[in-house]
Design a protein around this ligand. Structure first.
Ligand code: AMP
Length: 426
C-alpha cells in the first residue's frame, strides 16, 4: 500500500518547531492583552463572496489562490478557506452590529490561512498569521499604535534587527490621478510585461507594483512616486502617522513602491523586514488602513487598520537564533518491579494532581532501562518505587546532582517542589 504524505505546500509542525511556535504565540497573546486588543476567532471557511468582494477579483489571492470548498449537493463551490483574516473579522463586525460598541473595536486573532500558491521557501499553502485590527478610528495615532505593536512583537520574539517600511497609498480622492499616471507609465512597457501583469496593468495598474515578477523590478523602481500625488488630507494623515511613530522612537523607512495586494487598502501601508533582507520579498508581516472595507461588506462607512504577521517566517528566524527547548518532566517515576505499572501510574498521577510535571515508565522493563528513559527525557528527578513502599516510602533521586534519599510517599510532591527550588543545576 502507498504511504500518505501531508498535502503539498502544507507541513506538520513537530514538537521542536511547536516549542518555538507556542512561544511566539504566547508573546502575541500577552502583547495583545497588554495593548487592549481582544481575542476573536472566525471560521476557517467563509462564503467565498466575503473574499471575492473584500479582496477583489483581479488579485492573485482570489484569481488563483483561493482554496474553494465544494460541499455535498453543491454544484459550484460556495465556500472558501480563508486566505487572510481581515475580511472575516470585518464580516463578523458587521454581522454582530459592533458599530454600536465603543469605537474603535480592537481585535487580535492567531490562526492558519490557506492560499493555493506555488510552494517555495517561506511560502506555504497553509501558514499561520497573527492578525491585529482596530476598527472605528480614522487615525493617525492608532496607525502608529498598531505599527509599534507589530515591531515590538518581532523584536521581543527575537526576529532580529527589524525595520518597518512605510507608505501612503492615498484614498478615493487622490489615488485615481496617481493610478492614471502609473497606467500611462506602464503603457510604455506593455511588451515587457508578462501576460497576467499586462492584463492587470489595464484593470488595476497599482497591482503591478505589488508584482513579485523579477523581470519587472527595474520598471517598478522607476515608476511614478505616489507620495507626489497625495491630497492634503492623505498627506496630513501620513505625516501624522510618522510624527506619532517618531514620538516613540520609530522611524519608518519610506517605501513609495509599497502597495498592498488587496483592493480595500487606503492611506497607510506598511511592511516589516529584517534589515538587509529587503530584497528577498520575504516580508515578516504587513498591514494597512482599510477605510472602505466595512462599507464594502454591508456595514456603515467605518475606518479600520490592521496587520498580518507571518508566523511561519518569524518562527524560522527565531528557531535559528535560539534553539527550541522542549518541555521536560520534573519527575520521572520508575520502579524495581518491571510489572508494577499500576504503582508507577498511580504515583505519577498523584504528582500531576499536585501540579508537578511528571512522567512514568508505563512499559514493562528492567529498572536500568527505565532509568535510561528518565535520563533521556531530561527529568530532574527519578522517583524509584521499590520495597520501601510497604513502609510508605520511595527513593527520590536527583538525576542532575547524582544524590538520592528516602522520602515519605505522602510528602513526595512537597519534597520535589522544595528540592527543585533549592538546587539550581546548569
Ligand atoms: P499578506 O496578507 O499577503 O500581506 O501576508 C502577510 C504576511 O503573511 C506576509 O508578510 C508573510 O510573512 C506571511 N505570508 C503571506 N503568505 C504566506 C505564505 N504563502 N506562506 C507563508 N507566509 C505567508
Amino acid at each position: 500500500m502507498g504511504k500518505y504524505q501531508a498535502p503539498r505546500g502544507m507541513r506538520d509542525l513537530l514538537p521542536a518547531e511547536m516549542a518555538v511556535f507556542q512561544r511566539v504565540e504566547a508573546l502575541a497573546d500577552e502583547l495583545a492583552a497588554r495593548y487592549g486588543y481582544r481575542s476573536i476567532e472566525t471560521p476557517l471557511v467563509e462564503d467565498a463572496g466575503v473574499f471575492e468582494r473584500a479582496i477583489g477579483g483581479a488579485t492573485d489571492v482570489v484569481e488563483k489562490e483561493l482554496f474553494r470548498v465544494v460541499t455535498p449537493g453543491d454544484e459550484k463551490p460556495k465556500w472558501a478557506m480563508r486566505p487572510e483574516a481581515t475580511a472575516g473579522i470585518v464580516r463578523a463586525y458587521v454581522e454582530h452590529g459592533m458599530q454600536t460598541w465603543p469605537q474603535p473595536v480592537r481585535f487580535s486573532s492567531f490562526g492558519p490561512m490557506f492560499r493555493y500558491d506555488r510552494p517555495q521557501a517561506g511560502r506555504y499553502r497553509e501558514f499561520w498569521q497573527w492578525n491585529v485590527e482596530a476598527i472605528g478610528d480614522a487615525g493617525p495615532a492608532v496607525d502608529a499604535e498598531i505599527i509599534e505593536l507589530g515591531l515590538r512583537w518581532l523584536r521581543e520574539a527575537g526576529a532580529g534587527d527589524v525595520q518597518v517600511h512605510l507608505n501612503s497609498i492615498g484614498d478615493a480622492n487622490c489615488r485615481p490621478a496617481y493610478v492614471a499616471a502609473l497606467g500611462d507609465y506602464l503603457a510604455d512597457f506593455t511588451d515587457r510585461l508578462p501576460a497576467t501583469e499586462r492584463a492587470r496593468a489595464s484593470i488595476s495598474p497599482l497591482r503591478v507594483l505589488d508584482s513579485k515578477e523579477p523581470a519587472l523590478a527595474a520598471v517598478i523602481a522607476a515608476a511614478p512616486d505616489i507620495t507626489e500625488y497625495l491630497c492634503d488630507a492623505c498627506r496630513a494623515h501620513f505625516e501624522g502617522v510618522q510624527a506619532h511613530l517618531a514620538i516613540v522612537g520609530i522611524e519608518g523607512r519610506p517605501a513609495p513602491r509599497l502597495v498592498r495586494g488587496l483592493d480595500y487598502y487606503t492611506r497607510t501601508a506598511f511592511e516589516y523586514y529584517v534589515v538587509g533582507a529587503e530584497g528577498t520579498q520575504q516580508a515578516l508581516g504587513g498591514g494597512g488602513r482599510y477605510d472602505g472595507l466595512v462599507e464594502l461588506l454591508g456595514g456603515r462607512p467605518t475606518p479600520g487598520i490592521g496587520f498580518a504577521m507571518g508566523v511561519d517566517r518569524v518562527v524560522t528566524l527565531v528557531a535559528a537564533s535560539s534553539p527550541p527547548e522542549l518541555a521536560v518532566p520534573v519527575a520521572f517515576v520508575v520502579g524495581a518491579d518491571p510489572a508494577a505499572t499500576d504503582l508507577r501510574f498511580r504515583i505519577a498521577t498523584e504528582l500531576r494532581t499536585a501540579g508537578i510535571a511528571a512522567s512514568a515508565e508505563l512499559g514493562v522493563r528492567k529498572l536500568a532501562r527505565q532509568l535510561e528513559a528518565a535520563d533521556r527525557d531530561g527529568a530532574h528527578f527519578a522517583v524509584v518505587v521499590g520495597d520501601e513502599l510497604e513502609a510508605g516510602q520511595v527513593q527520590l533521586r536527583d538525576l542532575q546532582a547524582g544524590t538520592q534519599k528516602l522520602v515519605n510517599a505522602a510528602d513526595l510532591a512537597k519534597e520535589i517542589d522544595r528540592a527543585s527550588r533549592t538546587h539550581h543545576h546548569g
